[in-house]
Design a protein around this ligand. Structure first.
Ligand code: SF4
Ligand code: SF4
Length: 340
């Protein structure tokens, strides 16, 4: 379908939802609240700030105490996350699983219409080949992420539509878009079993804790935590109590294993006291513990962490270093955020 159909769709969605989408700001792309639909970027580049803040805000009030604890009367506006890239849909899948029993997350999540975008494939002139590609996209990839609507932008600039939920089908049908592919969610883990790349990285990190790379990184890492702020899969949080005159408010705020006190225990023990320990803790969480607990990757290879690191620490290069001497172990993470 032509771009005009996409424009009409988003205009109509805007009647019911606040729109959040990637916007180009100077040379970089950011997820922003959209006031003018013409600002929206359709290049498929991953925005630097990820979409995490829509689903898990940097700070939110969990409880207030005044004579007794109560959950505040929060309002969760209807929002549309428009043009989420495939790595970010994978990251959202992890958040959905981790916060499956979290009422705050779930109440907010229910009001977010998730619309994905893939761009630039396939590079084929032949329509039959294109149909085959779309089928593969649906069967191999889209079946294993959750979304409402997905757009595939072809090299010719036309769009194919996919619906991944009842809501997505309703929205497309309401907008008189009949030509779309239905995708049935088949679970986050593919039929052939957990992701092979995830398992090889898990094994590599486990056996690399004595590699000299960690000492080299610890010498330059500032422990600023920028990498975890932009990472779409970093979901750790802290709770803080803020006292007002007559009430106390309990807040959930984004945490980072690079922050001081993140793992400090009563009595003063801190098992990530050194920068080397913090770095190892971060990698172990993403590549060892998350796969072990959820059978899902804790890293979606978006490249944001490398892009924002002020001292140039690059996760892809680190995997190359760690796999030196370990034949056959892939290092497939590429720095894609904003520069693919
Ligand atoms: S962004 Fe770079 S310097 Fe900052 S904590 Fe992460 S790895 Fe260390
Ligand atoms: S590449 Fe970096 S920012 Fe992206 S998911 Fe992996 S660890 Fe997080």
């Amino acid at each position: 379908m032509k771009f005009s159909a996409v424009e009409k769709l988003i205009q109509n969605i805007r009647q019911d939802y606040q729109i959040f989408a990637p916007v180009k700001d100077d040379k970089e792309f950011f997820v922003s609240k959209i006031s003018d639909l013409k600002q929206i970027d359709y290049s498929g580049r991953l925005p630097l700030n990820s979409w995490k803040h829509l689903f898990l805000p940097p700070g939110e009030e969990l409880l207030e105490f005044s004579k007794k604890f109560r959950r505040p009367d929060s309002v969760y506006p209807r929002r549309c996350a428009w043009n989420m890239g495939f790595p970010d849909l994978k990251a959202l899948g992890l958040l959905d699983v981790v916060f499956a029993d979290d009422p705050y997350y779930q109440d907010r999540r229910r009001n977010i219409l998730v619309c994905g975008l893939a761009v630039g494939e396939p590079d084929v002139e032949n329509y039959a080949e294109h149909v085959k590609f779309s089928r593969r996209l649906a069967e191999d990839s889209l079946e294993h992420v959750t979304f409402d609507i997905f757009l595939e932008k072809t090299k010719k600039g036309t769009f194919d539509f996919f619906a991944g939920s009842v809501l997505g089908r309703e929205v497309l049908s309401r907008n008189k878009i009949k030509n779309f592919t239905n995708v049935q969610f088949a679970g986050y883990i593919p039929e052939q079993g957990p992701d092979a790349d995830m398992l090889s990285k898990q094994s590599l990190i486990k056996k690399s804790m004595k590699h000299r790379l960690w000492d080299e990184l610890a010498e330059i890492c500032l422990a600023c935590g920028k990498c975890s702020l932009v990472c779409p899969t970093c979901f750790c949080f802290d709770t803080e109590d803020q006292a007002q005159e007559k009430t106390v408010s309990r807040q959930r705020v984004w945490g980072s294993c690079f922050y001081p006190e993140f793992t400090r225990l009563a009595g003063g023990t801190d098992y990530t006291a050194t920068v080397k320990q913090k770095l190892q803790f971060w990698y172990e969480h993403k590549f060892v513990r998350i796969p072990a607990e959820y059978a899902m990757p804790g890293c979606v290879s978006c490249g944001r962490c490398a892009k924002v690191c002020p001292v140039g620490i690059d996760i892809a290069k680190n995997f190359v270093r760690l796999s030196e001497g370990s034949r056959g172990l892939p290092a497939t993470i590429t720095s894609r955020a904003g520069n693919s």
